[in-house]
Design a protein around this ligand. Structure first.
Ligand code: ADP
Ligand code: MG
Length: 673
């Protein structure tokens, strides 16, 4: 009986009502393949339908649900096919919506409202010109379908929040089967796992939601620390690579530039680590453009010179191709065979590459996650490099390492404050590259008032006319029901029709699949002048011809992220310029954007970011934490991060093999898969 129900948790999502093969594909984009995945995919926010207010009861600020009679409904055309709908709730609260409607007659939204006598609206209330206002509220013509706190899930197109709610309810039926993994001593302090699952999806109130969240934050951090602490306790014998010989010397001679001092120091650290029989576990932290690739190349040549193989794992296919091409150019002349392995290659080619890896013909392999599938077997992997490491979890890192008895080199362009790095990467030794190569110009960063928006775009167009390329970046629309894709597409259409009418524009966003690579390639090949994108461009894109970046709603980005983004311009001969358009300023926002305007030191920026981010960012743009943790946020929850590290340490001291905690151990093993 028990066996069967456990198995039900691992059933594919197609057991959910309304999920066929097509939906299953869409859900896969959200990382949902089994009922268990649905159970552990939590809302990113909630709508508070706990109280229904009368119009005279509303308060300025927070989102709230208001019910009242609908008065004075009207629709006006404003410009460019846009309409403004205005109405009043109970003669007290002004409601406004903007809609795109080019046709004759009234808009669809207007016609829906026209039939309603009363309305339930949900949104934030502001003090406007004409009294209290609610802009673009969500509305219901009947009482909202949900009472209490309604979960809002991350969505992809084709899937509605209502469906996600129904599926979560279904998955929750099996919640007791997930079992408790925390040792009993923690359960007086933290909510039980099964209750916490329920309360995180459908909280009874805010307090229960907070307690449920706290439990998972602890669980995630605690397990994470147990994993890394247990890993570092096992002292294995690694490969001792040969001392630098003629191949490495030749590599260094062929380098087209002389290395910075910091690069020299990084090479020296890697040399010592790789030559020692103690396994290397090293993190190279260095700003975008600081020249980390040289370190990876050096390690790879050294591995090859010792008769081993090197694997370099990067987060996207575009980056993999870019890196492979680069290494073919730098290592090819040394007679080193470099291969690319990504899932986008034709099956036959993949097979050929896998065979070359197995026989050892392929000496250096660059790839994506495709490298860590079971099918890939190395002949003698002695160096594993993980680039842009914040995109990978500990598990993926471990999977790559597991392909051989390899030394590990992790490279990150997202500097993490030292205090955090110590806790997070306690198992890695760190080398920092703080110097930029000589002659590299700093990106000129300017804070722009929206009034100058047109001017900025005119400047961008003028640069494009001179042959440069540009980026326009939009934040994810996290908190609204709108899908990221929809919002971005709409903005692009507006820009394309208006300010960017004279140049060739392309769009990419996180919801796009393979087409994304096509757009990237078109941008590389200069078939596109301006790339409008959400933050997907932040990782390692290298287009030296791109010189201008406009970041819309810069106030909604984290500092480290802004810093990453602007690193995409000014990578060639010409200096880069980055415009930060901020549409609202709190005092804090101003201070934060000022940091980014003044400083180009990623480490300093990361520290400031940590200090200046407030609790208001609860569901804001996440930065480095995301891929590693599901619920926990590295900034918000850093006290818990430290506390759980200490708890993990304590437990392992009492019981290094976790003999008294079989369930905990089982959970750790499960997560390693
Ligand atoms: P990142 O640290 O962002 O991975 P890269 O390794 O891609 O940086 O280097 C950025 C650019 O700088 C590359 O075009 C590379 O060839 C160049 N570069 C690296 N080191 C130096 C150096 N010491 N002097 C001049 N150019 C360098
Ligand atoms: Mg790089």
């Amino acid at each position: 009986m028990k066996q069967e129900e456990l198995a039900r948790l691992d059933q594919p999502v197609t057991v959910l009502s309304g999920v066929g093969p097509k939906r299953a594909q869409q859900l896969k984009k959200l990382g949902l393949e089994t009922v268990r995945d649905v159970l552990f995919s939590f809302p990113r926010s909630y709508k508070d339908f706990q109280r229904v207010l009368q119009p005279h009861e509303v308060e300025v600020g927070e989102d709230q649900l208001v019910h009242g009679p609908l008065f004075y409904l009207q629709e006006r055309t404003i410009s460019g096919g846009r309409r403004l709908i205005q109405a009043s709730l109970g003669g007290i609260l002004t409601l406004t919506w903007f809609v795109h409607h080019r046709g004759r007659g009234t808009s669809y939204l207007y016609r829906r409202l026209e039939r309603a006598k009363e309305l339930w609206v949900y949104g934030a209330v502001k003090e406007g010109f004409s009294g209290l206002e609610m802009a673009s509220p969500e509305f219901f013509v009947a009482p909202p379908p949900h009472q209490g706190l309604m979960p809002v899930y991350p969505l992809v197109s084709g899937i509605s929040n209502q469906q996600r709610i129904a599926w979560a309810r279904y998955a929750l039926k099996f919640r007791a089967e997930v079992g408790e993994c925390l040792p009993a001593q923690y359960l007086t302090k933290y909510m039980g796992r099964s209750d916490a699952l329920l309360q995180l999806h459908f909280p009874s109130d805010w307090k229960s939601q907070r307690r449920a969240r706290e439990r998972f934050v602890f669980e995630e951090f605690f397990l994470f620390h147990l994993n890394i602490q247990r890993g570092s306790r096992r002292s294995k014998l690694g490969v001792a690579h040969r001392r630098d010989g003629s191949l490495v010397r030749k590599y260094r001679e062929l380098l087209p530039f002389s290395l910075t001092q910091d690069q020299e120091r990084a090479l020296e650290d890697v040399r010592a680590d790789m030559e020692s029989s103690r396994p290397m576990r090293r993190l190279i932290q260095g700003d975008v453009g600081s020249g980390k690739t040289v370190v990876a190349e050096y390690g790879a040549v050294k591995a090859v010179e010792s008769g081993g193989q090197a694997a370099i794992m990067v987060p996207t296919e575009v980056l993999a191709r870019q890196m492979a091409a680069r290494l073919q150019k730098s290592l090819g002349p040394l007679g080193i065979r470099v291969e690319l392995l990504v899932s986008g290659l034709p099956a036959k080619e993949q097979k050929r590459v896998r065979q070359a890896i197995e026989t050892g013909m392929a000496q250096v392999v660059v790839g994506t996650h495709a490298l860590i599938t079971d099918k890939v077997q190395f002949n003698n992997l002695t160096l594993a490099v993980v680039d842009e490491q914040h995109r990978f979890g500990v598990r993926q890192r471990a999977a790559l390492l597991g392909k051989g008895n390899a030394d590990l080199l992790v490279m990150s362009a997202t500097p993490i404050p030292r205090s955090l790095a110590l806790t997070l990467y306690g198992d890695l030794e760190t080398t920092e590259i703080r110097q930029l190569p000589r002659g590299r110009k700093k990106v000129d960063t300017r804070l722009i008032d929206p009034k100058q928006r047109e001017e900025v775009y005119r400047y961008l167009v003028s640069r494009v006319k001179q042959g440069d390329q540009a980026f326009v970046v939009f934040p994810l629309v996290e908190e609204s029901e709108h899908l990221e894709a929809k919002a971005a597409v709409q903005e692009m259409e507006e820009l394309r029709a208006g300010l960017l009418a004279d140049v060739r524009v392309g769009l990419i966003h996180g919801q796009m699949g393979k087409e994304k690579d096509d757009v990237f390639r078109a941008f590389y090949e200069k078939e596109i002048d301006v790339l409008i994108a959400t933050t997907v461009i932040e990782v390692g894109m290298d287009v030296p011809n791109a010189t201008v970046m406009v970041i819309e709603n810069a106030e909604r980005f984290g500092l480290a992220q802004l810093h990453q983004l602007r690193g995409r311009v000014g990578r060639g001969e010409k200096p880069g310029i980055c415009f930060l358009l901020a549409y609202s300023y709190g005092e804090n926002t101003r201070a934060r954007l000022d940091v980014i305007r003044r400083s180009t030191d990623g480490f300093y920026i990361a520290e400031q970011d940590l200090q200046l981010r407030g609790p208001g960012d609860l569901f804001g743009v996440r930065q480095w934490g995301q891929p590693i943790f599901n619920v926990a946020d590295l900034q918000e929850d850093r006290e818990m991060l430290e506390l759980s590290a200490a708890e993990a340490n304590k437990l392992l001291q009492e019981d290094p093999e976790l003999r008294n905690h079989p369930k905990l151990k089982a959970e750790l093993e499960r997560q390693r898969l």
